[in-house]
Ligand binder design. Structure first.
Ligand SMILES: [Zn+2]
Length: 319
């Protein structure tokens, strides 16, 4: 690896000499990780298909990582390779900084990401109320107690803005100044909406993980969902939300139980267990053919997810 680092630093592009040795090492390490993941996939063929790393335009490379050396932090000033930068601290931290990553967003803002080893107090998971969550297109999520949480209107309007900015961008001639401006605008709109969405996700995740001690949800198969529902799935950011939910659960002493993705949560009646194969995506509510219960599609799915989660964890259905 060392050979590669020195070779990279001595190539014909002078930019490499301006980069700290740590950052160059990080480039090599990222490359190595990517190849390793690809080789591992080739051996086992498990999980989604992995590809070997590809060549990347230099302007697409938007972050670098420093480890032990090449930086020092003093209050809200960071010194990187002899240059001082002031930053705004998002939240206080206690502990040793392990890595410093400088990130550039597509819009051109800069972030410093610190990874810190911190001693935090994690509350124990305790028995209490459990809930099942069903994700959906119509309602963002439905709880097994019947609560429905919609995506906020401003979020949906924001997505419309993103699409409009994208349309404007694709109309501009390639290489023109207008296109450059439209691209920056698009990046800005995109960044705004993803910031707003993340903020909403954190607040929602916090309120759920403090209100419930056990949360059951389906292990999402995003590729299958995209095939079924189209691109909208990625707009809604389910996987980002699950990630945030897991993080908040850890902090608030809540347990997340993921159930098997092949469990027919929508098609099974939660009262008697009959599977209704004629249920289509359009049916928002249905009547069970054997016990005649009137079921709301999403609430029924959420209850099934809760029961299945409890069954897999505690061996019995607790309601
Ligand atoms: Zn039934």
């Amino acid at each position: 690896m060392k050979v590669f680092v020195t070779r990279l630093r001595r190539n014909k592009y002078s930019e490499w000499q301006n980069l700290g040795s740590q950052a160059v090492q990080d480039v090599v390490e990222r490359l190595d990780r990517s190849y390793q993941a690809f080789f591992d996939w080739c051996k086992t063929k498990a999980g989604p298909r992995k590809h070997p790393p590809k060549f990347k335009k230099y302007w697409k490379y938007n972050s670098f990582t420093l480890k032990q050396a090449g930086w020092s932090i003093d209050g809200n000033t960071i010194r990187i390779m002899g240059k001082k930068f002031r930053f705004w601290l998002h939240r206080p931290y206690n502990g040793t900084v392990k890595t410093v990553t400088v990130k550039r967003t597509p819009h051109g803002d800069y972030y410093i990401v610190l990874s810190v080893v911190e001693d935090i107090f994690l509350p124990d998971v305790h028995a209490g109320n459990a809930v099942g969550i069903d994700f959906g297109l119509k309602t963002f999520l439905t709880l097994s107690d019947g609560t429905k949480i919609e995506s906020p209107q401003w979020l949906l309007r924001g997505l419309e803005n993103v699409r409009r900015a994208n349309r404007q961008l694709s109309r501009k001639a390639k290489g023109s100044g207008n296109r450059k401006r439209a691209r920056l605008h698009y990046a800005k709109v995109h960044e705004d909406i993803s910031n707003q969405r993340r903020d909403w996700f954190y607040k929602l995740a916090r309120s759920l993980t403090t209100a419930y001690t056990v949360i059951c949800l389906e292990d999402l198969n995003l590729d299958a969902m995209k095939r079924l529902w189209g691109r909208k799935v990625s707009d809604l950011g389910f996987s980002e939300f699950v990630h945030i939910l897991e993080y908040e659960a850890l902090l608030n002493g809540c347990e997340i139980i993921k159930i098997d993705r092949w469990f027919p949560s929508s098609k099974a009646c939660h009262c008697c267990g009959t599977i209704n194969d004629s249920l289509s995506l359009k049916d928002r509510s249905w009547d069970c053919p054997s016990c005649h219960a009137h079921l709301d599609r999403d609430v029924n799915a959420a209850i099934n997810i809760l029961n299945q989660g409890m069954l897999s964890k505690f061996g019995k259905v607790v309601i």
